[in-house]
Design a protein around this ligand. Sequence first.
Ligand SMILES: Cc1cc2nc3c(=O)[nH]c(=O)nc-3n(C[C@H](O)[C@H](O)[C@H](O)COP(=O)(O)OP(=O)(O)OC[C@H]3O[C@@H](n4cnc5c(N)ncnc54)[C@H](O)[C@@H]3O)c2cc1C
Length: 439
Amino acid sequence: MSASSQEILVLGGGAAGLMAAFTLARAGKTVTVLEARDRVGGRIHTVCQSFTEPTELGAEFIHGNLPLTLQLLKQAGIQKHPVDFEMWHFKDGSLVQSHEFIENWDDLLEKLNSLEQDMPMSTFLERYFSGEAFMPMRQQIADYVSGYDTANITDASCFALRREWNNESDSDQYRIEGGYASLINYLTTEFHKMGGIILTNTQVKNIHWQKGSVEIKTIGGEVFTSGKVVVALPLGILQLNPENAGCINFYPEISVQRSAFNNIGFGQVVKILLEFNSVFWEKELLAPAAGQDISGMGFLFTNREIPTFWTQAPLKRPLLTGWLGGPPALAVKDFSKEEVLNLALRSLEAVFDISVRQLHEHVTAWDVVNWANEPYTRGSYAYDKVDSAHARSVLFEPIEATIYFAGEYLYEGPAMGTVEAALTSGKRAAEKLLGLYMD
Ligand SMILES: Cc1cc2nc3c(=O)[nH]c(=O)nc-3n(C[C@H](O)[C@H](O)[C@H](O)COP(=O)(O)OP(=O)(O)OC[C@H]3O[C@@H](n4cnc5c(N)ncnc54)[C@H](O)[C@@H]3O)c2cc1C
């Protein structure tokens, strides 16, 4: 077993790891990225096979005018296009266009804004909106937090949610021409041009470290040494217990950081991609639409097994994407892809009054990704629990100027859990390592 020695190792070739590697290489460092999968990108996974156009199994939207993402796209000469946000709800057997989701929203925000002590959202609801009358509202909030934040109200922080809800705006949202993979390709190509090395199929298992020196052992028995390491692995991996084969072991143990990992929430999501032979929801005279023009439909909320779908509007692509987040995603954790497909078609059957069999006949390509079961991710993205701000402040600090952490979960701006968060965190970790980062 021979050890390969590097100046800096980056563990994980997702957006955070690649951004860290790219920043370090640009500063003249010799960097090697160790990536467990046979591809880079992590939760960015754009596929072309079987679908007619690039299709996002993971990240898809740019949620607003996010500075680092837009800057990189500009540098790379990659185009983006705006997304249509026309929302339709399937209610009482018909489709209605509406923005309103949650009853008593203004009361809820007012009460949340006056809260002085943080608590889990479910505790808050029990305390201030208890009783039968508020039941629908409590359910709507649980659904919203599951759907958007992929989180569980039993531990999601009220302060974090109120920050998110107070800052919600109808700001622009985009998709990337060619998919998010274009951005990953750009970072990878530039990194390679600067002499950077990416080793795929290289799953890290043990990290032996002391100040100024790191030895990494992989599942396959390879050994890599370096002076510093950027750990850009998903929170879901860093939260695994030692009994789990995918767990990363640190020698000596880093117990303060371990408990910090566990004080940040990591959600669940199942994403369903359904390509049809036509944009059937536009052209057929569908009973629930009752003659309304639904051609601009961006989002569809169903109240069914799969509660959320979206189209590619304004593009006329016959692709519907289903989304099941939070605890309901965990409930189908062990379902096969076919079983989840069936749930999606049943939900659409109810909305469009077209039988599952007919819908099936019109499907030309499909896929289901249950991210909780992905061995190198184990969930969706981070959300804040009550102690998360403190946990992040612990993890922002490198250990003995030797171990640096990066990942979407280490971000404090308005775009939590996103690619922007991952990129920003990777850049920050690299700059910290280079002594360039000012708090
Ligand atoms: C279904 C879904 C939809 C999303 N939609 C959006 C969206 O529309 N817009 C948006 O901005 N964000 C979205 N996100 C979130 C976004 O994808 C992530 O926040 C971001 O991509 C995370 O990047 P990361 O580098 O922190 O982690 P990752 O992308 O998870 O990268 C970590 C890397 O570490 C590797 N790894 C894991 N274990 C090991 C190991 N033992 N050894 C070596 N390597 C290992 C993984 O394979 C992976 O490549 C979505 C996420 C999901 C799951």
